[in-house]
Design a protein around this ligand. Sequence first.
Ligand code: NIG
Ligand code: FE
Length: 403
Amino acid sequence: MSSLLVDNIGELVTNDPSAGGQRPLGVRRDAALLVEEGRVAWLGPARDAPAADRRIDAEGAAVLPGFVDSHAHLVFAGDRAAEFAARMAGQPYTGGGIRTTVGATRAASDDELRATVRRLRGEAMRQGTTTMEIKSGYGLTVADEARSLRIAAEVSEETTFLGAHVVPAEYADRPDDYVGLVCGPMLAAAAPHARWIDVFCERGAFDVDHARAILACGQAVGLGVRVHANQLGPGPGVQLGVELGAASVDHCTHLTDADVDALAGSTTTEWLSGPPTNTVATLLPGAEFSTRSPYPDARRLLDAGVTVALATDCNPGSSYTSSMPFCVALAVREMGMTPAEAVWAATAGGARALRRDDVGVLRPGARADLMILDAPSHLHLAYRPGVPLIREVLHNGVPQCRP
Ligand code: NIG
Ligand code: FE
């Protein structure tokens, strides 16, 4: 069994409150971390570090858990740069461009889709993302949703069936029939390749009754629930998600006090072993950036006691970024989060949004998913926006940048 020691760590962010240090990051100074069989085997003061077969010298830099990007749409074809340019010239974002991507995705070969997924997954990895949720939702036929999820599952265990992204053009005048397709043959073809089900619950997409019906069908076959909610305006999506015990409601840009209260009061029963089961609010500031919209108010959610995650929403329409460091910087500058809160939300918060307790944290037994920064502290992620600060990434203990 080969072991790897990451030594000479100036600042080790563990996200483990039992590690001591300041909450929420559980920071240790002058630390070392031992990896065996893809897991963290030991961590502690550098002076107590055990011998190992190999060693990486962090040279006094910061080491953090890998980012957990809990919301991304990587299976698509085509390009909507012109739509972005039109928005920057004053056009509003409506979600109408989703159908453009559906057309291009249906016309693409498996290998074209696979190449895009792998390119974006690699891009994210180099920026520190070691866990990445990937949704379908640009196929919207039984065959195209199933192949989207098959291809996503080649690179991630966190796959989400989003057949209810929009009603495709061929069903425009019979949405009930489309909901029947999603709940019937499409779900049957998708479920073997998916862990989660998601619905875009928004004016112009799916109303609350359709959304509830689709999510309930997914739950009945064992999928966990996530919801695209309250992105373009106030609506019922957040409260529907809480009602159904969703792991996460995502976007949360337009919230009423009742929405915030519902999230704050969502069930917090602990699993016997595992993370809490409350509903996380996942904020996606790349979408507000790229649609020139007001940012969600993270401060309001945090002050109410809601668990907040940050994710990229990487997709060709509303947020074509795979960069979690960019989202952290936006959250700090524009959404009232402290750098520590934003780093926690992008790591441990994302893990909560996926109901995972083996990632987003560095403690013995956790996955050895981590990043070494070219910087002395996690503060630099927001302090030095746009700078490639990720020097090395370990995924399951394997170096990704300089193997
Ligand atoms: O999360 N809002 C719905 N879906 C995506 C956008 C998809 C698109 O514009 O292609 C989102 O922002
Ligand atoms: Fe999305």
